[in-house]
Design a protein around this ligand. Structure first.
Ligand SMILES: Nc1ncnc2c1ncn2[C@@H]1O[C@H](COP(=O)(O)OP(=O)(O)O)[C@@H](O)[C@H]1O
Ligand SMILES: [Mg+2]
Length: 327
């Protein structure tokens, strides 16, 4: 993909880097925000950081003369369309996907419904009924999903917060009994044993897409957990992922289909699990994936010959999308 360095008009441009927020991914968002702001400053952009803590007024007042908002933030209240809607109403161009794709992408059940209608291969999943007795719900879930094990996870979280595998009805029932209300709505999904892989998609201003080298994160039990993502549990990374050419082509095709069917713009990162037979199951889209320099998207780009600075340049230019015609 051909990304040209910032030109004379872009250098010196005032840009607000929006980071932090109040979601459970706040600490990782702050890390992305800091590395993005530092890199943009080194590139000659007039970057200033806004921490979207718990009130939109801090954002509105902090935008100042910003010509664009660079979103280095994740999770609820920021990656789910709310921040995008506010910026749109204020007529401030912002990076990444619009309101609709952000809102759908943050809800794993809705995202899977749309992606699967476009031909993407998704694990069967259902919403957990929080009003049902845990024992009854465990039986219903395992029956509807065709047996165990099942993956239980929040519908609208990220960073592997709250994901757990249940291998018996008793464990499933216990897990349902102990659900954390802070995780919000929960879902259960068929557990596919395999390796976790992630696929980055970049889309240029004309709508042409480019898929970055696929990343594999290998953990002992196959789950790319909260601890593994934070480097406190064992995890081996492989770039590019060790998959066959047929599986690689399938992963690329599914990621692009998901990006387009959900209406994502500019960039997105898609998580899959690949079974031992090579079948690829799409789990979710990250419309605002982490952007720290050592993070997954940046590393995928670097392996694909795109420096961190050029990746940020591409993302920054994505704010030029005309949102009046693209939701
Ligand atoms: N249905 C599933 N089968 C097997 N592994 C899964 C499944 N769902 C999630 N996982 C594992 O849990 C990780 C986190 O799940 P994911 O759906 O990507 O949520 P998050 O938004 O928290 O990243 C995945 O990368 C994968 O390792
Ligand atoms: Mg994920």
């Amino acid at each position: 993909m051909d990304i040209t360095p910032l030109d004379a008009d872009e250098i010196g441009m005032p840009v607000a880097v929006i980071t932090g927020g109040w979601s459970r991914e706040r600490d990782r968002a702050l890390l992305s925000g800091k590395t993005v702001a530092d890199a943009l400053t080194d590139m000659g952009v007039k970057a200033h950081v806004i921490d979207l803590v718990d009130s939109g007024w801090g954002l509105v007042n902090g935008l100042g003369d910003a010509a664009k908002a660079f979103l280095a933030i994740a999770g609820r209240g920021a990656e789910d369309g709310r921040l995008q809607g506010l910026l749109e109403t204020l007529s401030v161009p912002y990076t990444g996907s619009g309101v609709l794709a952000s809102a759908i992408g943050m809800n794993k059940l809705h995202a899977k419904t749309l992606a699967s209608a476009a031909g993407v291969c998704v694990p069967r999943g259902i919403r957990i009924d929080p009003t049902a007795a845990a024992d009854d719900e465990a039986v219903r879930v395992s029956h509807l999903l065709g047996g165990l094990p099942v993956m239980i996870k929040p519908v609208s979280e990220g960073g592997s917060i709250g994901v757990q595998v249940a291998t018996t009805v008793e464990r499933l029932s216990l897990a349902l009994e102990q659900l954390d209300v802070a995780d919000g709505e929960m879902m259960a999904e068929v557990f596919h044993q395999g390796r976790s892989v992630s696929v980055g998609v970049l889309e240029d201003a004309r709508g042409a897409v480019h898929v970055l080298p696929v990343l594999e994160a290998r953990t002992p039990n196959g789950v790319y957990s909260y601890a593994a993502k934070r480097g406190t549990a064992a995890c081996d990374y492989h770039w590019p992922a060790r998959v066959s050419p047929i599986t690689l082509a399938d992963l690329e095709h599914q990621a692009v289909t998901a990006h387009r069917s959900l209406g994502c713009h500019s960039y997105s990162r898609h998580d899959f699990v690949v079974g031992d037979d090579g079948s690829a199951w799409w789990l979710e889209v990250n419309t605002l994936p982490g952007l720290s320099k050592g993070g997954n998207l940046a590393r995928m780009a670097t392996v694909g010959g795109i420096s961190y600075e050029l990746l940020l340049t591409h993302i920054l230019r994505g704010a030029d999308i005309d949102r009046r015609t693209r939701p």
